[in-house]
Ligand binder design. Sequence first.
Ligand SMILES: [Zn+2]
Length: 354
Amino acid sequence: MAVDAAGKILFCEKMESTRREVAEREAAKHLANLGERPTDHDEHVSLTNLDAVRPLSNDTRFTSKGGRAHFTINDFEWVDLGPSRLLIPGFVDAHVHAPQYGFMGLGVGLPLLQWLDKYTFPFESRFSDLEFAKEMYEAACARHLRHGTTFCSYFATIHVEATKELTRIARDMGQRVYVGKVNMDRNGAPKVNYIETTKDSIEGTEDFVQHVNDMNDPLAVPVVTPRFAPTCTPDLMRTLADISDRETIPVQTHMSENEGEIAWVKELHPECDSYADVYDSHGLLHERTYLAHCVHCSSGEIGLMAKKGSSVVCYFRCLSVRLLLSLSLSLSLTPTPTPKQLGSLSKLQFCAVC
Ligand SMILES: [Zn+2]
């Protein structure tokens, strides 16, 4: 799958040799039906020029059954890519903070917790304004698609209506999405009104999950999204785990990105053996959980994640990839840097090979 210059999604099937012959025959037939002869450089219709197809309708969505897209060759028209365009599968970014698009690159020199206080929380608080949220989310989704990222797992903000808008905007643009309303009922930023009560956080999550379920769109999935342990009380974490179980939906969060953060979690949860244990003891570590960063995880924590079937999304100073894979831990590596990492080319290069 790829996206053309106009942001339209193109689909392609990988074809083996026998299927290639069938496809070429079908393509020739299709052109004949249109009253056209193949105009390629020889008598045969070359796959080189016929391996990209575009939906006949402007609506880039397609139906799916059992999680698999199903369509026939007649649903598409052939598009000649010409000699200079390349068709590649769409990129998947398993960890994106959609609102942070608005301050990309700011505060790159600050440690995580100060960066959250100075830039992230004040900026994310502005998404209570739905018009502002729409403007930002439209720009963020369009930018992702322009760069070929056809599937994102988004963190939004604590605001329910804005999170619904993010889902709608992404789907209207044809992007496949996992989306989470962020949960924060402690250690937020009361000065800028960026914190919620436990009750509001739970009700808002239920509302958002119901909303996405009602969309009945297989390419939009709600995700339980506790920002990270320091911003979620034990009661909230337990209830979010219950929602994830009841709805059979994923959980996305952060873990062990920064040493200051780890020390803080230890202070908040002296009863737990480790950061991973905080999530596990509140029911949030399971096979649908994917945790971002995990830079400083101990071998015990990695073993726990592997045992629970959880996944790691990492980039930039990440854990040993070899170690994770040796434990059969699902792993998503993303070359997409966070806004903080956009500060220098050397960091980008590092991200690209992480
Ligand atoms: Zn993050």
